[in-house]
Design a protein around this ligand. Sequence first.
Ligand SMILES: NC(=O)c1ccc[n+]([C@@H]2O[C@H](COP(=O)([O-])OP(=O)(O)OC[C@H]3O[C@@H](n4cnc5c(N)ncnc54)[C@H](OP(=O)(O)O)[C@@H]3O)[C@@H](O)[C@H]2O)c1
Length: 266
Amino acid sequence: MPVALITGASSGIGEEFARQLAPTHDLVLVARDVAKLERLGEQLYDAHGTRVGVLAADVSTRAGREPVLARLSDRIHPIDLLVNNAGMGYSTGASRNPVDHEMYMLEVNAVAKVHFSLTAVQAMLARGKGGIINVSSICGIAPAWVDSLYGTSTATVLRHTEEMAYSKALRSSDVKIMALCPGDVATDFNRRAGIPDKTDWGWVDVQVLVRVALADLRKGKVVSIPTARYKFLSSLMKIFPNSWSKMYGYDLGAQPPEEARAGGRG
Ligand SMILES: NC(=O)c1ccc[n+]([C@@H]2O[C@H](COP(=O)([O-])OP(=O)(O)OC[C@H]3O[C@@H](n4cnc5c(N)ncnc54)[C@H](OP(=O)(O)O)[C@@H]3O)[C@@H](O)[C@H]2O)c1
């Protein structure tokens, strides 16, 4: 059985990747909430007989990332598919949010994701095969969510993915790397970030999002933007990046959520 490692598997998009991959993969689930991961692992074992390993990791620090990096580099028990998904956001603009909170977001959403992606790329190139899904965002395509490092962090992941995908090393191998750029998906993300649950463009169903992402990876796509509505929006963002950002960009002005004030969880 191939093995998939999923970060941020305790909730939302990562949890749905675990559910859809469970019939065909052994799983390594990563997050801070180990109790949730264990409950999910039991459900998947009962439903499909899936072998599930759980890794507790706070990916916001180099030390916290170590167990994940070690698992990704393990040549004896290799990882066939990395779903590089753990992430968070804030509702408060970068111009007013405590700088440490913004740096925390950059660590989780950009540094950790690039760290895991590059580690997996090198291990997979050494084997000659493998797949990586780097979860970015529609916000990474062009300036959209102005006054936030969220867009900066997701753009970093998108750019890194494209740079690697078009490199000679990957093009001449069976290692596939893809950025997934979701629009608004109804998960715990907004509640944790303190963002009101509303959307200008409509929710993407999480089951559809993950199904399309896995199909796009199989097709060899480099960037996956599920649903026609968000494909259209991303085209507008590329054509009119600055004027569009002025129309769409917003700063909700809410306070950082309780979790974030207490220690950076969000
Ligand atoms: N929902 C959307 O509308 C949307 C749109 C575009 C992109 N995205 C991206 O999709 C990804 C998943 O978000 P989601 O919507 O599924 O949100 P979610 O339901 O809040 O899930 C976030 C996941 O990330 C994990 N996580 C957060 N901080 C972590 C840390 N420091 N260390 C380890 N794990 C951490 C959480 O686990 P623990 O708390 O248990 O550690 C949780 O499993 C994120 O990268 C997000 O940027 C989401």
